[in-house]
Design a protein around this ligand. Structure first.
Ligand code: GAF
Length: 386
């Protein structure tokens, strides 16, 4: 797919009989560190992938919303904006329709649209393909209807679409990453007040690479396990008398865990979230002091915490991390929600072939599907492309 979305615009014209008013793109993301912290008011550090969802869109004024995707078999789906209702749609169309619903619910006069979408963000790989779909549609409607909403406001509305309309209890990381990331940077985001800092992150200049290893084990957030972790964290905060686990100081962790007594599961969840917030802050300090290689062991620590305390890993993700580190990678961890999806691997450029080969061989030996491996280069956030 070209950067300017030419083929998406052409397909739009075939489908709807006229050229689109514009074409927009919004990226998927990887998260460098800070997992399952965003619904605990904590810290995250994603960056945008070069892979994007692209949308060709035109306004309508008759209350009709027409949706089509190059990635899903089937005809144009026609909906009525007045009839959009949360939890009524279990198909892919819930993401773009949810955005229209959330904009209208917030009082924005979105009177209909024709939309054609095509995405290069791998679906079900934990790389935020859904957030990319939401954000690209939100940005297109923002521009076309002159709503003048900023990236963060769009991210909030997209999250609301996903929480309420789609029914997935996710945090705000993915939508913010897609809307606000900048090329060559990772986004250090405080999910409590949404303050953020762009951290320069140019591994190639330092002779390193960040690989994404998609295990091809599909994950889904609307299924129960993600919600259970979230509920467990809320229980922990309530037992400790804090608004969110973000409020538990890292220095007080031992004492706090003791206070949780025999609530073993809650103790593990609390320990992960509190230590993970500290790891994000540590990674930021290391990157800002130019000590990039030293983040490797922090990534591995984060993975162990997700595997043993938060329990969202799986054999395939553990195999990526163990094999990559065993083959000389500087660090590795699962990225995103877990339960399948992808891992990130930080490696010296010269070690990339050996690490990639070792992971492929380990998967073959274990009888797992061959993983998909590609390099993640910090790329631009959502934008208009034509
Ligand atoms: C998924 C969710 F969508 C995010 O909000 C975040 O909670 C992540 O899992 C885990 O860090 O990507």
């Amino acid at each position: 797919m070209s950067e300017t979305g030419g083929s998406v615009a052409e397909r739009f014209e075939q489908l709807y009989g006229a050229a689109p008013e514009g074409v927009w793109a919004a990226p998927g993301r990887v998260n460098l560190i800070g997992e399952h912290t965003d619904y605990n008011d904590g810290f995250v550090m994603p960056f945008a992938l070069p892979h994007t969802a692209v949308a060709a869109v035109s306004r309508r004024e008759d209350g009709v919303l027409r949706l089509h995707s190059a990635d899903v078999d089937g005809p144009v789906v026609e909906l009525t904006v007045d009839a959009l209702a949360p939890a009524s749609d279990k198909r892919w169309t819930a993401y773009p329709a949810g955005v229209v619903w959330a904009l209208r619910e917030a009082g924005h006069a979105v009177t209909g649209a024709d939309v054609h979408l095509a995405s290069t963000v791998p679906a079900g790989a934990g790389l935020s393909s859904s957030a990319a779909l939401e954000v690209v549609v939100a940005l297109a409607l923002n521009d076309l209807f002159g709503l003048r909403l900023r990236g963060l406001e769009l991210a909030r509305l997209c999250r609301r679409a996903e929480n309420v309309y789609v029914g997935a209890p996710v945090g705000i990381m993915d939508q913010t990453a897609s809307a606000c990331c900048e090329r060559g940077h990772a986004l250090f985001l405080d999910t409590r007040d949404l303050s953020r800092r762009q951290i320069p992150f140019d591994l190639a200049a330092e002779g390193m690479r960040l690989l994404v290893v998609d295990t091809r084990v599909e994950h889904s957030h609307s299924e129960g396990e993600y919600g259970k972790r979230r509920a467990g964290c809320e229980k922990g905060a309530a037992l400790l008398g804090v608004d969110a686990l973000r409020d538990v100081p890292f220095e007080a962790l031992d004492e706090v865990l003791e206070r949780l007594g025999d609530e073993e599961e809650v103790r593990r969840l609390v320990r992960h979230v509190v230590t993970e917030d500290e790891r994000v802050e540590r990674v930021v300090r290391l990157l800002e002091s130019g000590d990039t290689r030293a983040i490797g062991p922090v990534l591995v620590e984060g993975h162990a915490s997700l595997r043993d305390d938060f329990r969202v890993s799986c054999p395939e993700l553990d195999l990526v991390v163990d094999t990559a580190v065993g083959a000389g990678a500087l660090g590795a961890r699962l990225t995103g929600g877990g339960f399948g999806g992808s891992a990130v691997v930080l490696a010296e450029e010269a070690d990339v072939p050996a690490v990639t080969k070792a992971v492929g061989e380990a998967f073959a030996t274990a009888g797992f599907k061959a993983p998909r491996v590609f390099e993640a280069v910090p790329s631009a956030g959502a934008r208009r492309v034509r």
